[in-house]
Ligand binder design. Structure first.
Ligand SMILES: Nc1ncnc2c1ncn2[C@@H]1O[C@H](COP(=O)(O)OP(=O)(O)OP(=O)(O)O)[C@@H](O)[C@H]1O
Ligand SMILES: [Mg+2]
Length: 308
C-alpha cells in the first residue's frame, strides 16, 4: 500500500480568465493522517482540493490517488469520487435536494447500495452531525451553519477513504465547530484520511497531524504542527499568526517560568501541567500564573483551564 494516499506532483492550473491559481504544487498526503492546509485568501487551497477529486484537471503535472495517476474518463472519475469526498466551502454549491434526508441519501443511492444500507448510512450521518431533527426540512430553508452540517453529512454517508473539507468551521457557532472537529477526529480514528483547509491556526495546531502552508499557488512550508508553528520566518512569509497556545508557551519560557528544554505542549491541559506551582507571597495559596487569553490579554491560567 503506498504511504501517500493523495499526491499533487508539480500541479499547474490557470482559470479561463488567466489567473494562475496553482503554480507547481507539490503535496503528498500521508495515508490515515489528519492534514490541515493553511494559507491566506486566494492561496489556491480550494483550487487544489478540486484537483484531488478530479473536478478540475491540471494543465501541467499530475495528481495521484493510491499511487496511481488520476485518469479523467467518466468511469475513472466516478471511482475516484467514491474514494475522495469533498465538502465544499460554500454549502449552497453542494446541496440541491428537497429535504435533508433526500439530500443525504442521494449519494449512497447512486452508489447502487441496498435501501437498508442507505437508510443506515443516512441515519448515522445525521446523528454524527446532529441534524436528525431537520431530516424533513427543505435544505434551502436551513441556516448557513445547518447547511454546512448537512453538506458534511452528505459526504460522511458516502464513507469515502479520504474526506476533504474546505473550511469546515467557517460560519459554525463555537459549540458546533468543536463538535465537527471532534467528529473528524473520530472518523479519522476509523481509518479515514481527513484533509481540511482553515484560517484557524489554533484549531490547526491542536487538531492536525501534519500541516501544509500554501501561498500564491505553491506550497511554501510543511511539517508537524510543532515544526510549522515554531518556524517564525515561515509564519511571517505566510502572514500567519502563532497559535495562542504556542505564543503563551513561548512567553512563559522567555520569562523563565518554564524550563527551556520541555517539549511544546499540544493542549492547554498539557501546558498547565508543565507550569510549576508556586506560593503567592503572603497568601499561602498558589501564585496565579498569567497566560494570554483569546483576546491576547493576560488571564489566570487556572481559570482558563477550568473554562476549557
Ligand atoms: N472560477 C474562477 N475564475 C477565475 N479565478 C478564480 C476562480 N476561482 C478562484 N480563482 C482565483 O484563483 C486563485 C486561488 O483561489 P482559491 O479559491 O483556490 O484560493 P483559496 O486558497 O481557497 O482562498 P480562500 O481562503 O479565500 O478560500 C485566486 O486568485 C482566485 O481569485
Ligand atoms: Mg477556498
Amino acid at each position: 500500500m503506498p504511504e501517500f494516499i493523495l499526491e499533487a506532483d508539480t500541479v499547474e492550473f490557470s482559470y479561463p480568465d488567466g489567473t494562475r491559481a496553482l503554480q507547481g504544487v507539490f503535496m503528498r498526503i500521508p495515508r490515515g493522517a489528519k492534514v490541515a492546509v493553511l494559507g491566506s485568501n486566494g492561496a489556491g487551497k480550494t483550487t487544489l482540493f478540486l484537483h484531488f477529486n478530479g473536478i478540475l484537471r491540471p494543465a501541467g503535472g499530475r495528481v495521484r490517488f493510491d499511487g496511481r495517476e488520476v485518469r479523467y474518463d467518466h468511469r475513472s472519475l466516478m471511482q475516484l469520487r467514491k474514494n475522495v469526498g469533498i465538502v465544499f466551502q460554500d454549502p449552497d454549491s453542494q446541496l440541491f435536494s428537497a429535504s435533508v434526508f433526500q439530500e443525504i441519501s442521494f449519494g449512497p443511492l447512486n452508489l447502487g447500495l441496498p435501501r437498508e444500507e442507505v437508510r443506515r448510512r443516512v441515519e448515522e450521518a445525521m446523528q454524527a452531525t446532529e441534524i436528525t431533527g431537520l431530516k424533513d426540512k427543505p435544505t434551502h430553508l436551513l441556516s448557513y451553519g445547518q447547511k454546512k452540517r448537512v453538506s458534511i453529512a452528505d459526504i460522511l454517508a458516502m464513507e469515502p477513504a479520504v474526506i476533504i473539507c474546505d473550511e469546515p468551521t467557517a460560519w459554525l457557532d463555537p459549540k458546533h465547530a468543536e463538535q465537527v472537529m471532534e467528529l473528524f477526529k473520530r472518523i479519522n480514528n476509523g481509518g479515514t484520511t481527513v484533509i481540511l483547509s482553515t484560517h484557524d491556526v489554533d484549531m490547526a495546531y491542536s487538531w492536525a497531524d501534519y500541516i501544509f502552508i500554501m501561498m500564491h499557488g505553491t506550497v511554501i512550508g510543511e511539517g508537524t504542527p510543532e515544526e510549522v508553528f515554531q518556524d517564525g520566518e515561515l509564519l511571517f512569509r505566510a502572514d500567519l499568526a502563532r497559535p495562542r497556545l504556542v505564543e503563551t508557551w513561548a512567553q512563559l519560557r522567555n520569562k523563565g517560568l518554564l524550563p527551556a528544554d520541555l517539549p511544546l505542549p499540544r493542549s492547554w491541559t498539557e501546558l498547565f501541567e508543565l507550569v510549576p506551582t508556586r506560593r503567592a507571597p503572603g497568601t499561602g495559596g498558589p501564585a496565579p500564573v498569567y497566560v494570554l487569553d483569546r483576546e491576547g490579554t493576560p488571564a489566570c491560567a487556572a481559570c482558563s483551564a477550568r473554562r476549557r
